[in-house]
Design a binder for this molecule. Structure first.
Ligand code: AMP
Length: 395
C-alpha cells in the first residue's frame, strides 16, 4: 500500500490553510487541514463508526462497516480518502460507488468539504446528467470520483475514466447496489483497479453476494458492526396506524394537523404514479409538497431535493429508490404511506429521520393487505419500540 502523501508536498492545495500541520478530531490524529475542515463543518467529536473505522483506515486497512445512514459513515470514509489522496496528481486515486444519483451528489459534497483545505478535487458521475459536463471535469483531472456503477462503467468504456491509479475504493450501501442490479458492475469496476488498493465496504446487511465481494476483493478487513445487524435509531418514535387504503389521504392530513410548525416530512410511496398523485393532491390542498422519483428529469429531481434540503419545501413525496441515502438532518417525520417491502427497507426509510441524535417520528400506515408484511417488520423491530396509534376517523 502506498504511503500517504506527505503534507509538505501539497503546495497550492494548502493555499487556504495556514494552521498547524497536525490536528485532532476527538482522539483521532489527523493532518491539520483535514482537522480544520471537520471543525468548519461543526464535527466536534467522532461518531462511533468514525472512532472505530478512521484510525485503521488511515493505516490502509480494509473495512467492512455494517452501519446505516445517520451513523456518520460518509465522513468515516471521506476522512481517510482525503488524507490518502495526493491533490497534486491528476490521477483518479479514489473511487466511491453508490446506488443512486442523489447519494452520488451528497457523498461528493461531503468529500469536497472534508478535503477543501487540501485542495482535493472531486467529480460526481451519475446518469441523467449530460455526460459532457462530467467528461470535461474528468479530462481536467480529478482526485476522487463518486458515482453510480452504471455511469462509471460508461466512462470506463469511453476511455474517459482510468482506474489504474486508484488507492482507495469504497462500496457504499453495497446491499442496495446489489438490489438495484449493479452486482456485475461493482465487480467489473473493482477488477479494473489495482490489487494493492484499499477497499472499504459499507452495507446495512450482508447477503451472500456481499460476502462474496468481501472474500474476493478484500484483504483481512476490520469488521465494524454498529449494534445488531438491523437496528433502528432509538430517537425515533415509531408509530403505526391501521388505515384503509381509501382513507390514507385523510389519515395523512390528520397527521399533518397534529404536526408542529417547521416540520420537514418525507413521505414514501411505492410507485411513481402514486408519488405524482399524492404530491398533486397535497399541493391542491395548499401544502408545500413535491414528488421525487426516477421518472422525473434530473432538473426536476434536483429542484425538489434542493428545495427540501434548503427548508423551502416542507413535504417531499418519494419512491424508495429516489430517497435512498438522502441525508437531511432536519427531517422530522418519515411517513410510510405505502408499507415498505421488508425490514431492511423499513429501517432504511426511518433512518432518514432522527439523524445524529435528533428526535424524529416514523409513521407507518398499515392498510388491508399489509398485515403479513407488517407482522414481519413488527416482530423484528419489537413491540416495545412500536406505538400503535388510533385515528379519530375510526372512533
Ligand atoms: P451519514 O451517516 O454519513 O449520512 O451522516 C449523517 C449526518 O451526520 C450527516 O448530516 C453528517 O453531516 C453528520 N455527521 C457525520 N459525522 C458527524 C460528526 N462527527 N459530528 C457531527 N455530525 C456529523
Amino acid at each position: 500500500m502506498d504511503e500517504r502523501a506527505p503534507l509538505e508536498n501539497t503546495g497550492s492545495g494548502l493555499q487556504n490553510y495556514d494552521g498547524p500541520a497536525r490536528g485532532k478530531f476527538g482522539d483521532i490524529e489527523l493532518s491539520g487541514p483535514i482537522a480544520a475542515a471537520l471543525a468548519d463543518m461543526g464535527y466536534e467529536t467522532p461518531s462511533s463508526i468514525q472512532l472505530e473505522a478512521v484510525p485503521g483506515c488511515l493505516e490502509g486497512r480494509d473495512l467492512v462497516g455494517q452501519a446505516i445512514t445517520g451513523s456518520g459513515k460518509t465522513a468515516a470514509f471521506s476522512i481517510p480518502i482525503c488524507e490518502r489522496v495526493d491533490p497534486y496528481s491528476r490521477d483518479v486515486q479514489a473511487i466511491v460507488l453508490v446506488p443512486t444519483r442523489e447519494l452520488a451528489m451528497q457523498v461528493a459534497r461531503e468529500v469536497e468539504r472534508v478535503g477543501k483545505y487540501r485542495g482535493i478535487s472531486v467529480c460526481a458521475v451519475y446518469g441523467g446528467q449530460p455526460i459532457n459536463r462530467q467528461l470535461a471535469a474528468l479530462q481536467r483531472g480529478v482526485n476522487v470520483v463518486v458515482g453510480t456503477p452504471g455511469r462509471v462503467m460508461d466512462h470506463m468504456g469511453r476511455g474517459t475514466l482510468d482506474l489504474q491509479h486508484v488507492r482507495v475504493a469504497v462500496l457504499d450501501e453495497a446491499d442496495e447496489m446489489l438490489d438495484i442490479g449493479f452486482a456485475e458492475d461493482m465487480e467489473f469496476i473493482l477488477r479494473h483497479t489495482p490489487r494493492s488498493r484499499q477497499t472499504l465496504l459499507f452495507s446495512a446487511t450482508v447477503p451472500g453476494f456481499v460476502k462474496r465481494l468481501i472474500r474476493r476483493y478484500q484483504d483481512d478487513p476490520m469488521w465494524i458492526q454498529l449494534g445488531a445487524e438491523i437496528q433502528t435509531v432509538d430517537e425515533v418514535d415509531q408509530i403505526y396506524f391501521e388505515v384503509a387504503e381509501r382513507d390514507k389521504q385523510t389519515a395523512l392530513r390528520l397527521v399533518l394537523d397534529d404536526t408542529a410548525d417547521n416540520y420537514r416530512m418525507l413521505v414514501f410511496r411505492r410507485t411513481q404514479i402514486g408519488v405524482d398523485r399524492l404530491a398533486n393532491s397535497l399541493k391542491s390542498r395548499g401544502f408545500g409538497a413535491m414528488g421525487l422519483h426516477g421518472g422525473l428529469s434530473q432538473g426536476e429531481r434536483n429542484q425538489a431535493m434542493g428545495m427540501f434540503r434548503a427548508g423551502e419545501l416542507p413535504i417531499l413525496v418519494s419512491t424508495n429508490v429516489a430517497a435512498r441515502g438522502i441525508d437531511i438532518p432536519e427531517i422530522t417525520h418519515v411517513v410510510n404511506y405505502d408499507m415498505p417491502d421488508n425490514v431492511e427497507e423499513y429501517v432504511h426509510r426511518i433512518g432518514r429521520t432522527a439523524r445524529m441524535g435528533r428526535q424524529g417520528y416514523a409513521i407507518t400506515f398499515m392498510a388491508e393487505w399489509d398485515y403479513e408484511g407488517w407482522e414481519k417488520i413488527r416482530s423484528h423491530i419489537g413491540d416495545d419500540k412500536l406505538i400503535q396509534g388510533k385515528l379519530p376517523i375510526y372512533d
